[in-house]
Design a protein around this ligand. Sequence first.
Ligand code: DGJ
Length: 720
Amino acid sequence: MSIIFDNEKKLFTINTKNSEYIFQLLYGKFPIHLYYGKPGGEYEEHKVNWIAFAPYYPEHGVEYTPDLCKREYAGFDNGDFRASSIKIRNANGDMSTDLIYKSHRIFSGRLELPGLPFADTAEDTETLELTMIDELTGVEVKLYYTVYAEEDIISRYVSVTNSGSDKVVIEKLMSLLLDLPDHEYDMISLYGQHWKERHFQRHPLHYGAQNVFSRRGASSHQFNPFIALAAKDADEISGNVYGFNFVYSGSFLDEVEVDQQGFTRVQLGLGEENFSWRLAVGETFTSPEAIMTFTDSGIGQMSRNFHKFVKAHILPPEPFAQRPVVLNTWEACYMDINENVLLEFADAAVDVGIDMIVMDDGWFGERHEDNAGLGDWYENKKKFPEGLKAFVDKIKSRGIKFGIWIEPEMVNPDSDLYRAHPDWCLHCKGRTRLESRQQLVLDMGNPEVVEYLKNSFKKTFDGVAIDYFKWDANRHLSPVGSAILEPECQGEAAYRFMLGSYELFRWLKETYPNAMLENCSGGGGRYDLGMMKYSTMIWTSDNTVPSYRIGIQHSSMLAYPAATMSCHISNHHNICNDPRQLKYRFEVALGGALGYEFHLPHANEEVKATIREQIKTYRKYEKLILDGEYYPVANPFEKNYSAYYYTTEGRDKFLLSFLQFSPEENAREITIPVLEANENAIYLEEFSGKSYTGRELRSGIKVMTDNTDCNSTMWSFILQ
Ligand code: DGJ
């Protein structure tokens, strides 16, 4: 049993393998948080240290002074001046929301979240449902705690049911609240922009709010929903770390606030800036799911908890026995593609052992540049004179798989779709329709739009042997309004957009069950757990320049497993004709699933021969990389190199990488410890043929820095 309720003490205890979470019902009514940490750790009983200017309920006395308590969920304007978890506008027009405990149940398994991505259940999954009620309005809020004991993950979400007699409007809704009794932590979060996703930042918590968020209708390049709080002394291998993430792909709010008492409030949810929801009598709204983990074994262990959970409960099953190595046309051709170009690519791909051709943007409608065609999902007959099916059959006859690019949620004003349905894009009545990359965003909350997309795709793709879809999304949402929503429901448009997109993702997967889905949003602009529910992998970034990529891959691995990262070698300025660069880029790409974005037909014989060998090497280590356990050793945001290794559960193999990305005038020796090696064992290093003792590996492998920007070494240690 992972969840226990002690009726006498009114105490809930939630246990995962290596963590414990405890809260208590004060007066049997108010859930007060007591502890989250390693099992059996010490904690202080609830007590209020009286501080002035804190409102309390006269009938309960100061012991329940909301502003001074550590809480499980915080209503709005009921004496707690910290960030609230829920704001509901009632028929009186105020937003005061006051929740008290009504009942609870504990059951095995979990509930589904209607229309949303959520983690799969496992044999040992257990759920606590805590029902709270706002007595004035009759609104019921259920808090869910679903336990994944094996992975040390607790998932949290809420549902809101209007059991009253008047409609209400939800103005803010958070999925997870955690009140910690201290603030001696560093916050880790991932910021960025297009071409620079997921850059690592770590800073001490300060009094006040330090939030990360997206107001863009996409989880975004600018901030990732993942955050962590790490003890000051926590590093990759030791120290207390709390990690959090959100299973959603739209706008989000991660709130971290240190209050007057030095408590830290952490919340993840939809927030309020891009969201409101009218809830009629009898209706229920369910929030997306947020997850949290605790470890006392450092940042690396937090990542491994997340990796294990994502692989076991989020990612869809692999459609192929082996991940295909792809050759994507984008970097080589942009939109200048046609049947002949693709066939030439396919022949070159077959020649070097690549498994799949991915035909990127430019194959449909009047899509010759990025100013036209989005929305018109039929092949351009000038580029594919015999039609898509005949063309794909020709590709497949070469014994290679075929993938195709789509961008379903978007429309160009210069398209047949837009000319026929100008009101099908998100817009606010009377306001300019702002363009980004010369495109508008479809109103995916409008069922007619989703239906149109399903029908177009069916018409174009049915009967065509497609093995892979690359689903792109190249702009953010603004202004956000919907032609089909009443004025008081316009605040729902961004959330309904996401529900419509998820509906289309599910449909695509059900309709083409043998196809694999790669997600993309101008690179990794929706690198989140919501997308991962439907996508086998995500295009990590449009930026494949190693000095950026190394960092982007390192930070992605903080929260997401290697199996989610598409890592392509591209060849801007023919840099890969330099054998050292080709080797370096390959070793960088070996962080995840390998692919190429190359003009392969133009490559010389030496390059082709190298690629042949690279693919063989990748195949040898693929399982270790995509399924193995990841141990980061050096953070490239703190040093001018990255170092990490993948290993097996039995520790019989280690694949260690060292990647230096900025030159040093004076070479120096770096030591990279492989701490998981068995001290008394002997390991053979495959590339050099040298043997090492486990003790040597644990005390560190030595490598020299140099004065280039492409210094890399890999070691493969095999237990003897
Ligand atoms: C942005 C993606 O990140 C690229 O890989 C490519 O697919 C282009 N869009 C196509 O327009």
